[in-house]
Write a protein that binds this ligand. Structure first.
Ligand code: GDP
Ligand code: MG
Length: 170
């Protein structure tokens, strides 16, 4: 049994808590309750790699989002095995800050697999091209549009990260 920590990070209000609630309890709330400090959820999952099933317990850390006045505390990221950077496709400034989050991940725990969730894709938004980011940061393993509201691509997102983490732990 593998045990590992992953962290969701990004700006406030991008949908980090909502993605976790959807993934862990299949629930969604319209109202915004901002996360204070950190909240940890656990999910046991089976991952198939080379025809073998690996059971693992994922500790999913939901941390306070970055605001204009408050940076993300790097000690929350310590000890993680992978990261999910969450942006809100309806708020361009959250996309502009992807690089800042990538730098924080790299500084705290270098060379870990990172996924990027382009969340709230159920809402109207401009197309986002992150090809250049993938070239600059080869540890970005997966970029996907998600919607916590419509439950789209969330399983895929967490699965991509788990597979990569387990491969590295094997
Ligand atoms: P966090 O600060 O990153 O944890 O953001 P929350 O998960 O608390 O979500 C902030 C707000 O965005 C809440 O009002 C949610 O209902 C809403 N929200 C989260 N995910 C989605 C989504 O995929 N689509 C839409 N339309 N709204 C979302
Ligand atoms: Mg939150």
């Amino acid at each position: 049994m593998f045990n590992y920590k992953i962290v969701l990070l990004g700006d406030f209000g991008t949908g980090k808590t909502s993605l976790i609630n959807r993934y862990v309890d299949d629930s969604f709330r319209e109202e915004y309750l901002s996360t204070i400090g950190v909240s940890i959820s656990n999910k046991t999952i089976d991952t198939l790699i080379n025809n073998k099933v690996y059971t693992s317990n994922t500790m999913i850390w939901d941390i306070e989002g970055k605001t204009e006045f408050k940076p993300i505390l790097s000690h929350y990221l310590s000890g993680a095995k992978g990261f999910i950077i969450v942006v809100d496709v309806t708020r361009k400034n959250t996309i502009n800050l992807i690089e800042e989050h990538l730098i924080l991940c790299e500084k705290t725990e270098p060379n870990l697999p990172i996924c990027i969730a382009l969340n709230k894709s159920d809402s109207e938004h401009e197309e986002i091209d992150l090809i250049n980011f993938k070239k600059l940061y080869p540890n970005i393993i997966f970029i996907t549009k998600t919607s916590a509201k419509n439950n789209s691509n969330i399983e895929k997102l967490f699965k991509a990260l788990s597979e990569k983490i387990i491969e590295q732990l094997l």
